[in-house]
Design a protein around this ligand. Structure first.
Ligand code: NI
Length: 200
């Protein structure tokens, strides 16, 4: 029995280009706060530097998962995040926005380096191998699924949930903003978390 279990545990996990759980299940976990959200990650930023969640402790994190070829939702939300950073003024220094790709094969370090500055100079893009990206996405209960749009290998899009997660200075999950939240609302919701707590 023990040998059998060990055998199962030793089996290499399959990291498909999609979340292992259904959209409804993951949506439910986030919407009703049924499961812990967030946690450790280890990825590369748009300069190729390895970044972990611990690098951002002491700042609030705005964490967003998407992909650069996203035609609509991602750019809109990233634009709102960029505008919110501008509207936060000096307080923006206490907030770190992160864009984690769900399409690491196309969203290389070099590609992210061209993409993230379009939205804000402080936006950090994160990519990595499929395993590390899957782990980060799973930790944030992100739904994503690669969907073919043609016959060529690169003809695909990625369906994905698009919450903006807010994480506190200690790395503790605070809550999420729904897709389409505009910049003034982001700022209004972020501000209370910038005060009333001892600085690290
Ligand atoms: Ni998107």
């Amino acid at each position: 029995m023990a040998a059998l279990l060990l055998g199962l545990w030793a089996a290499p996990p399959v990291f498909a280009q999609s979340s292992t759980r259904s959209a409804a299940e993951l949506m439910d976990a986030v919407m009703w706060n049924r499961e812990p959200i967030g946690g450790p990650f280890r990825l590369q930023d748009q300069t190729g530097k390895t970044r972990t969640d611990a690098d951002f402790h002491g700042q609030l994190m705005l964490v967003y998962f998407g992909f650069t070829y996203c035609p609509d939702i991602c750019p809109t939300d990233l634009q709102a995040i960029g505008l919110a950073m501008d509207q936060l003024g000096n307080d923006a220094a206490k907030v770190q926005p992160l864009f984690v790709t769900l399409d690491p094969e196309r969203d290389t370090v070099e590609h992210l380096a061209q993409y993230v500055p379009l939205f804000h100079p402080r936006l950090i893009g994160l990519t990595g191998n499929i395993k590390d990206v899957s782990q980060a996405a799973d930790a944030y209960r992100v739904y994503y699924k690669r969907v073919a749009t043609g016959d060529k290998p690169n003809d695909y899009t990625v369906d994905h949930s698009a919450f903006i997660y807010l994480v506190d200075r200690d790395g503790k999950y605070l809550g999420f903003f729904p897709p389409g939240t505009d910049a003034p609302r982001l700022v209004e919701m972020i501000r209370p978390h910038l005060i009333g707590k001892a600085e690290h």
